[in-house]
Design a protein around this ligand. Structure first.
Ligand SMILES: [Zn+2]
Ligand SMILES: [Zn+2]
Length: 355
């Protein structure tokens, strides 16, 4: 092994370990990061591997109804955070909220262990700008299914946050803090589960649970499943399902994916009309995230939900001949400009909107 290699390797490994805790530590300019080789950065990826290996802890902690129910519950409320907040709010700004609630959404999303809201929004906006072209970070067409699903997130090229693409969010120091120290909330979340499990074990032994059991089910298993179901949108939703709209990417609509991701499976709808809060455009296109966001709007916590443009219902814009009826005229509420449509949408008229 060349003498110069070892110190360089050691140094970069030490930097990677520090970046587990401080993701902005010693990050060069984004232009330099973009020049990095698109390959797995193993030391930086160790926590991600630990997340998966932690699921094996079930061999020691066993199972209880409480633990399985908690894992499911945490999956659902955190999938809602990924889709409703990280995706539809931070990435696309499809509704408006207060600065306080924005912070709560950032905190809630941070428990999903999919890094900070700014990194998530940056990589996602990049995906829409370059969807399935050679610059797309997670295109099955360009890089194969496995890289689109899991590989890209381990690539040294994709770890830094390009704050220039999320200037609207980087104005808030509290969001930048959560993004920079993205390990903090997941660790506190796991500790809270451990403490809760130990307390329940002492107070209600009939539940047959323990601190470590709740950590394994509520944190490791629930979070790992949450990651892969989210990642299906980057991988499966670009190869599996039906296309309603002509887009210059391979996005598809899938009922199955929409169920397990609370509405994100209507991915072709989303790629065509990314500025709308709703991704299931018809009543039978189940979109649980949208229903949840509607409830938040009734509670006055969010407002200004961007509606589906009426052009989306025009059968002439659909790929297959369709019997879908156009919306009633009384449903029209005036024009709302779509937000963060970073890729030109090929001749689409400015949308007249629909509630
Ligand atoms: Zn996509
Ligand atoms: Zn999107």
């Amino acid at each position: 092994m060349p003498a110069t290699f070892l110190p360089r390797f050691l140094r970069s490994s030490v930097v990677s370990v520090i970046q587990w805790f401080d993701s902005d530590y010693e990050v060069e300019t984004i232009a330099e990061a973009e020049k990095r080789e698109d390959k797995v950065e193993w030391v930086r990826t160790i926590p991600f591997c630990v997340l998966h290996l932690g699921c094996l802890g079930v061999l020691w902690t066993g199972i209880s109804w409480l633990a399985v129910g908690l894992a499911f519950f945490l999956y659902v409320i955190r999938m809602f955070a990924v889709t409703g907040f990280y995706h539809r709010y931070f990435s696309h700004r499809t509704f408006t909220t207060s600065r306080f609630m924005q912070f709560i959404f950032g905190l809630w999303g941070a428990t999903c262990v999919q890094r900070g809201a700014l990194w998530w929004a940056y990589t996602h906006r990049h995906h829409h700008q370059h969807s399935d072209d050679e610059k797309d970070k997670h295109s099955p067409r360009q890089h194969g299914f496995l890289w689109a699903h899991i590989g890209w997130i381990t690539s040294s090229k994709n770890f830094p946050t390009d704050y220039r693409r999320v200037k609207d969010l980087a104005r808030y120091p509290e969001l930048v803090f959560l993004n920079r120290f993205d390990v903090l909330i997941p660790v506190l979340f796991a500790i809270a589960l451990y403490v809760a499990g130990n307390w329940l074990n002492a107070a209600f032994p009939v539940l047959h649970t323990s601190g470590w059991q709740l950590v394994v089910w509520g944190f490791f298993i629930s979070t790992t499943v949450l990651f892969h179901c989210t990642a299906f949108i980057n991988s499966l939703a670009h190869v599996f399902g039906k296309r309603r709209y002509e887009t210059d990417d391979d996005s598809r609509n899938s009922f199955l994916l929409a169920i397990i991701t609370l509405g994100e499976g209507w991915h072709n709808n989303h790629h065509r009309h990314m500025g709308t809060v709703r991704q299931g455009f018809y009543w039978w296109e189940i979109d649980v995230t949208y229903y949840g966001l509607k409830v938040l709007s009734w509670l006055g916590l969010i407002w200004d939900l961007r509606p589906v443009p009426i052009a989306a219902y025009d059968p002439s814009t659909h790929l297959q001949a369709s019997k879908l009826s156009a919306p009633r005229v009384s449903d029209q509420t005036g024009s709302v400009p779509p937000v963060h449509q970073q890729k030109p949408l090929g001749g689409l008229r400015p949308p007249v909107s629909r509630a």
